[in-house]
Design a protein around this ligand. Structure first.
Ligand code: ADP
Ligand code: MG
Length: 241
């Protein structure tokens, strides 16, 4: 369960303070898939980054499975994030000097896994990149890089997956593959999924759509329930609504 309460984020820019998130309160139950949409600049990435503990809010609290993460010192937060949170960035953020295999192995190694490379190889096979293990990011297409990033985000089987416009830098075919992958990991492993997107088609795979505007929640509604609406889980991408 993700519980965000009265979350406010202010930054100073050019000598005056700018409010980026304004008293946001929201709960996401375990295993739910929620889409966050809203215009550019509405605070989506800021909210996701705060939930991942990448930044500290000006005010308010964030509890993940009962743990108040805003109170954790950075070293504890880093460990907590590695074990509990998978984060997928729009621009992949792979380490350019490491191969695909090594990129995926990093979180496993940091967690003290003695079989990190074997585990990473398995994950790469799972995302369809068995034959790209020894390639460097620059040798991979955008879609392939993002699939490596998805494998890395999921390496430690985190209960929470956060994805910030994961298909934003991809063409529609590659984007579709990446989204299929994220949805199947969410479904097969029962992780909670918070997906930031401004693609309305993508948002319909969620059970619930939250819209941000000017740093506030403008709406929070169940996704339009088709034949397989919220009650029976998200539609699979191939299905007609
Ligand atoms: N480090 C920063 N300093 C000042 N303003 C920032 C900073 N980061 C983001 N912003 C501003 O905060 C607002 C929300 O940004 P962001 O969370 O990235 O929005 P979104 O992801 O919805 O496009 C934008 O107006 C952006 O310019
Ligand atoms: Mg953003």
């Amino acid at each position: 369960m993700i519980a965000v309460r009265n979350l406010t984020m202010r930054l100073s820019a050019g000598g005056h303070s700018v409010t980026i998130l304004d008293d946001v309160t929201v709960e996401v139950p375990e295993k739910q898939m929620v889409a966050i949409t809203g215009p550019s600049g509405s605070g989506k990435s800021t909210l996701l980054g705060l939930i991942a503990g990448l930044d500290k809010p000006t005010a308010g609290s964030i509890r993940l499975d009962g743990v108040e993460i805003t109170a954790l010192p950075e070293n504890q937060m880093a460990r907590y994030r590695r074990q509990k949170i998978g984060y997928i960035f729009q621009s992949f953020h792979l380490i350019p000097t490491l191969t695909a295999l090594e990129n995926v192995a990093v979180p496993l190694e940091l967690n003290g896994d003695d079989h990190a490379r074997a585990g990473a190889a398995e994950l790469l096979a799972e995302v369809g990149l068995h034959d790209r293990q020894f390639h460097y990011p620059v040798q991979l297409s955008g879609g392939e890089q993002q699939r490596v990033a998805v494998a890395r985000a999921f390496a430690c089987r985190p209960p929470i997956l956060l994805a910030d416009e994961p298909t934003g830098n991809l063409d529609s075919a590659a984007g579709r593959q990446v989204i299929d992958l994220i949805l199947s990991l969410h479904r097969d492993h029962g992780s909670t999924l918070v997906l930031v997107t401004h693609d309305p088609a993508l948002a319909t795979y969620a059970e619930r759509i939250i819209t941000l505007r000017d740093g506030r929640i403008a709406s929070d509604v169940p996704a339009t329930a088709g034949p397989r609406g919220a009650a029976s889980g998200p539609r699979s991408p191939g299905e007609q609504p």
